[in-house]
Design a protein around this ligand. Structure first.
Ligand SMILES: Nc1ncnc2c1ncn2[C@@H]1O[C@H](COP(=O)(O)OP(=O)(O)OP(=O)(O)O)[C@@H](O)[C@H]1O
Length: 505
């Protein structure tokens, strides 16, 4: 791969590597490589590396959380198709998965194997055998092609391979969609036509009437999602429609489903229901311009390793967005000389935000990432985000439990309860007319508190949600909190296993 990368760079092309975080810094113990890595660039030593010394092209390495994300990212980035050179298990697996995705209609991309000195011939025989035996259909046999190359001709076979990819691409374009209707909730056959315009009129943040052809920034109709088939759905019948330029707060108790919804919108999990961002299916069509920032980032060992912040930011593409990066460095008050392993949680969070927000986004999904910022930085950040939605018409969905200084931030609020969105459409904020009348008054318990209208409504919602959730759990034989009437052997347990002196608190 390094040879291919080097050649591409020398020819002025761009190389994008996608690497799981675990492989970033070190060679795993027992790694069979008998040589020390001698990279032509600093590839593999940071989240994204640009090596300008290698040649006129650009080389970048993107670090992702795991192998599945890596594959999905590679599939998304490939807009022409896939070319495989000889390789081992990983290559076999990737080749077959990408072909399978074309067979199933998840994407529709050529797969061309460069058959150097017959390396892939056994694979071709296997595919032909499966075809003869009826395991692969006639149409399925067309989903993979081989270009025979002698080792001596490797340097000059590039054009033939590209021609094969292009020819296969036009053949695939004639092909109907995949076998499955991936949207189980739809009664109709797969439809490759552009998404239907939204039927209902949604208020724009500035309340202008909606154009019927306008593509919504977020369109989630009746979304249901289950983590495992033996568990009840974590999301059920969720609806969320937002126009570009909206800033929507997700409000709900712990476990209401906010993070799950945000992660689905970020395309991190496959779900049967149709969820669209800018008119594209979030998982299968991977719309560009989505940035998701969640709390799990700070747990990643890479961001706690001894990396200097300036290197870290450069390596994730700071050079491409220098102006925004500098602006964010000022707003977030980040010291470029900090070492990531020797800063506070809040400081690490500022670096995360700087890193995540540098590249302009069209949809920003924020999952509680401002929780450990000090109040001044948080206030300045909220101003920056508001400005982004006004100036660039970008959209934000923000799940938080911290309501300080939020009163004038949202254009919409969306109440989630027990895995569902309570209203068919998010409530325009600040509310007026009938919307305002429908909102709950301050709960009696909270009348002595000095609450903003937003916090007052949220508290009233969550108090009601707790009661409803308690009733639902009781009906299922569950109960939270103290179980005063239940028999317990905790005293006996304590006398036998007294850990109180040994457990760190
Ligand atoms: N990996 C998982 N496997 C199974 N169930 C899960 C998983 N993650 C979350 N859930 C369930 O999904 C539900 C919604 O969780 P989610 O994290 O989306 O809630 P949330 O509204 O973001 O909560 P919080 O405010 O605590 O962050 C919870 O009831 C939880 O039990």
């Amino acid at each position: 791969m390094s040879g291919v990368s080097q050649a591409v760079i020398e020819a002025g092309g761009n190389v994008l590597g996608v690497i799981p975080a675990v492989m970033v810094n070190e060679k795993p113990q027992g790694h069979p490589a008998s040589y020390e890595r001698q990279p032509v660039s600093a590839e593999g030593q940071g989240p994204v590396v640009l090596d300008t010394s290698a040649g006129p092209g650009k080389m970048q390495t993107v670090v992702v959380n795991g192998m599945h994300e890596r594959k999905a990212r590679m599939a998304t980035e490939s807009n022409l198709g896939f070319v495989a050179l000889p390789g081992g298990y990983g290559t076999f697996e990737e080749v077959m998965e990408m072909v399978t995705w074309t067979q199933l209609g998840i994407h529709n991309k050529p797969m061309v194997l460069v058959n150097i000195n017959g390396f892939w011939s056994p694979m071709r025989q296997q595919v032909d055998l499966a075809h003869q035996e009826g395991f692969i259909s006639d149409a399925g046999r067309q989903l993979i092609r081989f270009v025979d190359v002698e080792a001596a001709d490797v340097d000059s076979c590039g054009q033939r391979v590209v021609d094969e990819v292009l020819s296969m691409q036009s053949a695939l374009a004639q092909r109907p969609g995949g076998y499955w209707n991936w949207d189980r909730s739809s009664k109709t056959a797969p439809d490759s036509s552009p998404p239907a315009p939204a039927k209902r009129s949604l208020p724009r943040p500035d309340d202008a009437p909606m154009d019927v052809d306008e593509v919504l920034a977020v369109d989630v109709p009746d979304l249901t999602f289950t983590f495992r088939s033996d568990l009840p759905p974590a999301l059920e019948h969720c609806d969320l429609k937002l126009r570009r330029g909206s800033r929507c707060l997700l409000i709900g108790a712990n476990g209401a489903g906010k993070s799950t919804l945000l992660r689905l919108l970020a395309g991190k999990r496959l779900c049967d229901s149709k969820a669209r961002v800018f008119g594209k299916d979030v998982f299968r069509e991977s719309p560009s311009g989505i940035t998701y920032l969640g709390t799990e980032w700070a747990m990643n060992p890479v961001v706690r390793s001894d990396i200097v912040v300036s290197h870290f930011l450069n390596s994730v593409g700071g050079y491409r967005h220098k102006e925004r990066r500098d602006r964010l460095l000022d707003i977030l008050d980040v010291d470029l000389d900090w070492h990531m392993h020797a800063i506070s949680d809040g400081e690490r969070r500022r670096v995360q935000l700087c890193m995540g927000l540098m590249e302009p986004w069209d949809l920003l999904l924020l999952d509680e990432v401002t929780v450990d910022l000090d109040v001044q930085v948080r206030a300045d950040l909220l101003d920056f985000l508001t400005q982004e939605t006004i100036e660039r018409n970008a959209t934000i969905i923000y799940a938080t439990h911290i309501f300080d200084g939020l009163q004038s931030f949202p254009t919409h609020i969306c109440h989630m309860r027990m895995g569902t969105t309570v209203d068919k459409e998010p409530i325009v904020w600040p509310p007026t007319g009938a919307d305002a009348d429908a909102l709950p008054p301050t709960d009696e318990t909270d009348q002595h508190r000095d609450l903003s209208p937003l916090l007052s409504i949220s508290l009233a919602w969550l108090r009601k949600d707790k009661t409803l959730r308690g009733e639902a759990e009781t009906a299922r034989g569950r109960r939270r909190g103290a179980q005063k009437d239940a028999d317990t052997d905790s005293e006996r347990f304590f006398s036998k296993y007294d850990y109180s002196q040994t457990v760190n608190r």
